[in-house]
Write a protein that binds this ligand. Structure first.
Ligand code: BV8
Length: 227
């Protein structure tokens, strides 16, 4: 059986990572779409670096740990012999820390930085700013950006995701508001015979696309469903 999982901010909410909708789409008065775009980075790199530095500090706080939903997905993956792919919209590292191996972070990763000049990607746990030296060529400064996908940028792994969606026999969407595209369009790329499950606190604009909508907290409902 081929399985495709899509997770959003709701799976990390109980770990203490704020979701986007709960924040009413705002960060310190800025709309996410205004601080998470290439234009914002061009216009005010310090503001955008600050936005991600603060989120990196939060993520690296010892209080932030994978929850039972992340762990259940890792255990489920380990028990699968056939095709399995976990696509996450989240830029936290909680799936990986829970033990998931086959993770595609379609919106990038907060704990990585990318050189805008060479495209090189580096693990990154420190602050970033316009004076940060390039890790391997310190004579170059200010060429690093967060390795995340901003609004208006192409998400990562789209071909692999579309391939997995077209072949999936089971598709589970967990903790996503189905507002952001193309992630919210994945459910419509599955074949008619694919069993589609939505796990969320609330209804979403995609709820009618699913065979079954399980309403409740991910840390309770995901382990219960995967058992
Ligand atoms: C693209 C990384 C072209 C950064 C993110 C104008 C110009 C350009 C594009 C657009 C435009 N207008 C619209 C678009 C498309 C745009 C878009 O969709 N905008 C939205 C706002 C309408 N998309 C893009 O720009 C994408 N790129 O279009 O490029 C293209 C596309 C295809 C092919 C070629 C070219 C890029 C989108 C990626 C943006 N980057 N993240 C960062 O994090 O800072 S998106 C960001 O917001 C998150 O990563 C996440 O994906 C998204 C938030 O969504 P969710 O994960 O669903 O989180 P949310 O808070 O919304 O919902 C949480 C859910 O969990 C809720 O339903 C809640 O009920 C539930 N929940 C809460 N607690 C729990 C729970 N459920 C269970 N248990 C709980 N405990």
């Amino acid at each position: 059986m081929k399985i495709l999982i899509l997770t959003g901010a709701g799976i990390s909410a109980e770990s203490g990572v704020p979701t986007f909708r709960n924040a009413n789409g705002l960060w310190e008065g800025h709309r996410f779409e205004d601080v998470a775009t290439p234009q914002a980075f061009q216009r005010n790199p310090a503001l955008v670096h600050d936005f991600y530095n603060q989120r990196r500090h939060c993520l690296l706080d010892a209080k932030i740990q994978p929850n039972a939903a992340h762990r259940a997905l890792a255990e489920f993956e380990a028990a699968q012999r056939d095709d399995f792919l976990l696509v996450t919209q989240n830029i936290d590292d909680l799936h990986t820390r829970a033990g998931s191996k086959l993770v595609l972070a379609m919106h990038g990763e907060l704990l990585k930085a990318r050189c805008v000049r060479t495209g090189e990607i580096f693990p990154w746990r420190d602050d970033l700013d316009q004076s940060t030296p390039h890790p391997t060529r310190p004579e170059i400064r200010g060429t690093l950006r967060p390795h995340v996908v901003w609004f208006g940028e192409m998400p990562l792994g789209l071909e692999q995701i579309q391939e997995a969606a077209s072949q999936a026999d089971l598709f589970i969407a967990i903790g996503t508001s189905a507002v952001v595209y193309p992630a919210a369009g994945i459910v419509r790329q599955t074949k008619p015979s694919c069993r589609k499950i939505e796990i969320n606190l609330d209804d979403t604009p995609n709820s009618s696309e699913f065979d079954k909508s399980i309403r409740g907290k991910a840390s309770i409902e995901v382990p219960a469903f995967l058992k």
